[in-house]
Design a protein around this ligand. Structure first.
Ligand SMILES: *Cc1c(COP(=O)(O)O)cnc(C)c1O
Length: 376
């Protein structure tokens, strides 16, 4: 059996190596390392794939969130509602920009922002909502958008973990995640579903004025070379990464299908187990399984993590400390922030290996080991 990894980037690379190598050498020979043609090509291809009018490539997924918030003219003290159960990048940028993070509860089934909690958290100071499509599971966007529209709030979708996921509305229409709110942000960190071979990120929107502003913010606030209208930053996707991502974008739907196939195998192996809850499969969306995360009840979760490691099976706890318990946010007076579902999940979730290269022998070995421990 091939060694089991959380993410197997090497085997994936071997399958597209000739194309990738040629693309990288092409950039080296062109020496157009900054804003070369592959960057514009990639923006166009991704906007066609997502069905979004504008895609603005940038340096990473954290910058994408920051640029979106800067372009929306949020002011210090404005409240931004986000889940606490997410990667730190989502909430860190809120504090970095001197905005006030307001942490809300997630739905225990989807791991994504709970719409009832969202509604309760809105105050006159609320300006924006940042739903996160955690683990590749789309958040409840229909309800979130309705609440946002009622209260005139911006919605920034953190789509770093769910690029390519579909969301189905009640009227039968569908959209890709990241294109439903006012802005969507994503990351091309190597382990993401559409991963580069280094850092990268992108922002998308259907709003022309906002797109122009975000382009400006990402480029030193400049509208015309050496004329700087607003305070911006320097955030670019480099040409080599764009050339690689152009090739990998063509594979994205295949990659998603491979992840879903592995998830189906796991689902079947753990079906109806009294101690294991498998990821929720919503009728309103298509999960893209950035992570395959179990919720355990009556199992020593950390014990399982160690047992699997002993059997050379990596597993991860995403995330052991939720945002509202991070020292980073101590100045925000979060003593009153009670998030019992988030705390509950933090102690019970475990993510198993999932990627595009898992084979049946590996899946069989992993599921057998999990069941061995859980059933002992
Ligand atoms: C990875 C990730 C980010 C940040 O992306 P980087 O490219 O690493 O900056 C933001 N939000 C979520 C939910 C992520 O998983």
């Amino acid at each position: 059996m091939r060694p089991i990894q959380m993410v197997d980037l090497k085997t994936q690379y071997q399958k597209i190596k000739p194309e990738i190598d040629a693309a990288v050498i092409g950039v080296l020979e062109s020496t157009a390392f900054i804003n070369g043609k592959p960057v514009q090509d990639f923006a166009q291809h991704l906007s066609a794939y997502l069905g979004a009018t504008h895609v603005i490539p940038c340096a990473n997924g954290t910058d994408a969130l920051q640029i979106a918030m800067m372009a929306l003219d949020l002011q210090p003290g404005d409240e931004v509602i986000t889940p606490s159960f997410t990667y730190i990048a989502t909430t860190e940028v809120v504090a970095l920009l001197r905005l006030t993070p307001v942490f809300v509860e997630v739905d225990a089934r989807t791991f994504c922002m709970d719409a009832v909690a969202l509604r309760k958290a809105i105050t006159p100071k609320t300006k924006a909502i940042v739903p996160v499509h955690l683990y590749g599971q789309p958040a409840n966007m229909e309800e979130i958008m309705q609440i946002a529209n009622e209260h005139n709030l911006y919605v920034i979708e953190d789509n770093a973990q769910a690029i390519g996921a579909d969301y189905y509305f009640k009227d039968g229409s569908s959209k890709k995640t990241g294109t439903i709110g006012h802005v969507g942000t994503t990351s091309f960190f190597p382990s993401k579903n559409l991963g580069g071979y280094g850092d990268g990120g992108a922002i998308c929107t259907n709003d022309d004025a906002l797109a122009a502003k975000m382009k400006m913010v990402a480029n030193h606030g400049q509208s015309k070379r050496y004329y700087h209208d607003v305070v911006g930053c320097n955030s670019r996707l480099d040409t080599i990464q764009a050339a690689i991502l152009n090739i990998k974008l063509r594979e994205l739907d295949n990659y998603i299908a491979a992840r879903r196939k592995a998830a189906d195998y796991y689902d079947a192996a753990f079906a109806n187990h009294p101690k294991i809850t498998t990821p929720y499969r919503s009728e309103n969306s298509k999960h893209v399984f950035h992570q395959y995360t179990l919720t355990l009840e009556g199992v020593n979760r950390d014990g399982l993590n160690e047992y699997l490691a002993m059997k050379n099976i990596p597993s991860m706890i995403y995330y052991p400390v939720p945002g509202h318990r991070q020292q980073m946010f101590a100045s925000f007076n979060l003593a009153a922030t009670q998030l019992s579902v988030t705390d509950w999940l933090t102690e019970r979730v475990i993510s198993l290996p999932i990627h595009t290269e898992l084979d049946e022998e590996q899946l069989q070995y992993i599921t057998a080991a999990v069941l061995e421990y859980v059933n002992q």
